[in-house]
Design a protein. Structure first.
Length: 211
């Protein structure tokens, strides 16, 4: 944003208009613009009524605060991006036509471009602001175990095909289920668990008959 300073009737006139059609309020001035205003104010001050030292120190302190806030924002952005390394995220981007696209992948690396932290996902860079969801690792593990358990259950023989020789296989599947945490068990399909329980009941009958 271009800032021009002029003096009219001994008073400093600030023009913070931008060359673009959009305007920016004074509250959005960056540290460089703030410093330019402070220097201009000192340059064009009335020599008969110079700026009070207290006022100068106050404005300089304000400049320091602006700089510290900007640096803090950068540091927090870097910390946020660093914490995402190795995690699976869902990115949502919007094209110029307004169409939205979601991309899922792991954050392989982070990179700063033009003061903005970018995330390397699936070989492409995305802004950290485009993150829609961060997928929890515990969730991924539980979902994966549930899928594997479902596959094991689907490979078990049916009730009609079940024999006493399948007893160890059923016990192995049951042991896998019992080894899961309560959170992981909550991902197990009720149908899969019911199938396993029914087969165990049939097996119990088969073993009893054999005895």
């Amino acid at each position: 944003m271009a800032i021009s300073v002029s003096v009219v009737d001994g008073e400093i006139q600030y023009d913070t208009s931008s060359s673009s059609s959009s305007s920016t309020s004074s509250s959005e001035l960056g540290k460089e613009q703030f410093l330019q205003l402070l220097v201009a104010q000192m340059k064009y001050q009335d020599p008969l009524e110079p700026m009070d030292n207290t006022e100068y120190v106050s404005q300089l302190a304000t400049f320091t605060q602006v700089e510290e806030l900007q640096n803090l924002g950068t540091s927090m952005s870097e910390m946020e991006a660093t914490n995402l390394l190795g995690k699976q995220v869902i990115i949502e981007t919007t094209s110029s036509s307004g169409a939205t696209t979601q991309i899922s992948g792991y954050v392989d690396y982070i990179q700063e471009e033009n003061g903005e932290m970018m995330l390397g996902i699936n070989g492409s860079l995305y802004s950290v602001d485009d993150i829609l969801t961060v997928i929890d690792n515990d969730y991924l593990t539980a979902a994966s175990l549930a899928s594997q358990f479902s596959t094991l259950v689907s490979q078990l023989p049916s009730e009609d095909e079940l024999t006493a020789d399948d007893q160890e296989t059923l016990q192995a599947v049951r042991d896998i289920y019992d080894s899961l945490t309560e959170y992981q068990k909550s991902f197990i399909s009720s149908d899969d668990l019911a199938t396993l329980t029914n087969l165990e009941e049939v097996m119990s009958t088969l073993v009893s008959d054999d005895e």
